[in-house]
Design a protein around this ligand. Structure first.
Ligand SMILES: *Cc1c(COP(=O)(O)O)cnc(C)c1O
Length: 359
């Protein structure tokens, strides 16, 4: 375990496991992102994004997507990225269709409604957390009359909050339904890199080539200290975004400390290597807990999360042993794996789970 900084008196209990899998945000900063901060740390550089680091980082992102026309912005976190993109795409008197488990609806304190100044989130039921063309048309049918907040945008999460992936064909079908109905398609890619790694496709194929209009591209969960990117694949759609970001307190004055890590992560390939590692750790954990009586996966493991159904006493025992993990969707136990997942710790968690379930 990393020693706490000197002067920090709070010491974790010595019996605590070395590494936790409660959230991919428990992880630290990867070397590539940290080196970039160090390299940008000295010297005088223009503020508010008018600097070379930010220009190069934006260029690296548009190159990554093979989309020279795209507009790229860097904000502090994913909630802001989502809320500001959706506010930019959706008039305040319209609505946004998303899954009933969408982070934008369940975990952002109404940020989208707040920043849009009135847009409504419409969350039709879905079987497995994934929006479908049918759920979009159903939601559209319900909001047809003039008094309703008519849908203007669909937001999908890739991978979803329960760790599932939309295939390229599914994204394309959703985009077609959107565009046939005059809706824009937003992708919440807080874990976009994990999806690209898992599907082994290009970032372009997963986004604009399949009809995605705007993307929240997560950097924090990918190994940075902070900073998510927003990509508008059609430049006109970005109109007003910069102003909203400033108004919302999301224009970093020393922008280079958000953007330089992006440049480094993309150029070094760490963005993808980190995601591959995280996905592999999740797969290893799922495999290590396979075949235990009374323990099963709530959904197949497709990215860097493992969602487990197990008796409450097993979860309680694990927690009493010091393991930290979330209970989500009421009764599912979530384990998230990040760029820094140590395979020994993954094995230790799996062994404790097995012992607790079989004991
Ligand atoms: C983590 C996450 C976000 C962003 O959350 P922040 O805590 O604001 O960075 C957005 N969407 C999904 C699906 C997430 O998991």
């Amino acid at each position: 375990m990393t020693p706490p900084p000197q002067g920090l008196t709070h010491q974790p209990a010595t019996s605590q496991p070395r590494q936790q899998f409660g959230s991919d945000n428990y992880a630290g900063v990867c070397p590539q992102a940290l080196d970039a901060i160090n390299r940008a740390a000295t010297g005088s550089t223009p503020a508010y994004g008018d600097d070379a680091w930010t220009r190069l980082a934006a260029k690296a992102v548009t190159d990554l997507f093979d989309a020279p026309q795209a507009r790229v912005f860097f904000v502090f976190n994913g909630t802001a990225a989502n809320a500001l993109v959706l506010a930019t795409l959706c008039p305040p008197y319209c609505s946004i269709i998303a899954s009933e488990i969408a982070h934008v609806d369940t975990s952002e304190r109404g940020a989208t409604e707040f920043f849009s100044g009135g847009a409504k989130l419409v969350t039709p039921p879905t079987g497995d957390g994934k929006v479908t063309p049918a759920s979009i048309t159903q939601a559209m049918r319900r909001t047809r009359d003039f008094e309703a907040s008519t849908p203007a945008v669909v937001s999908i999460t890739q991978p979803t909050e329960n760790g599932l992936l939309y295939t390229i064909d599914e994204i394309r079908a959703i985009a077609n339904t959107c565009h046939d109905n005059g809706l824009r398609l937003h992708m919440d890619g807080a874990r976009f890199a994990n999806a690209v790694a898992a599907l082994e496709c290009t970032p372009a194929a997963m986004t604009w080539q399949s009809g995605v209009d705007a993307l929240t591209f997560g950097g924090t969960k990918n190994g940075m200290a902070m900073g998510d990117a927003v990509v508008f694949f059609t430049p006109q759609l970005a109109q007003g975004f910069a102003e909203r970001a400033k108004q919302g307190g999301q224009l970093a004055s020393k922008m280079r400390f958000l953007s330089a890590p992006w440049l480094s992560m993309v150029q070094s390939g760490a963005w993808l290597a980190n995601a591959r590692h995280a996905n592999a750790a999740a797969a290893a954990f799922a495999q290590a807990i396979a075949g235990i009586d009374t323990v099963e996966l709530a959904w197949p493991v497709q990215s860097n999360g493992v969602f487990v159904l197990m008796p409450e006493h097993v979860a309680n025992t694990l927690r009493a042993q010091g393991w930290r993990f979330y209970t989500v969707f009421g009764s599912v136990y979530r384990f998230m794996f990040a760029w820094d997942a140590c395979m020994d710790s993954v094995a230790a968690l799996a062994a404790d789970l097995r012992a607790s379930a079989q004991g």
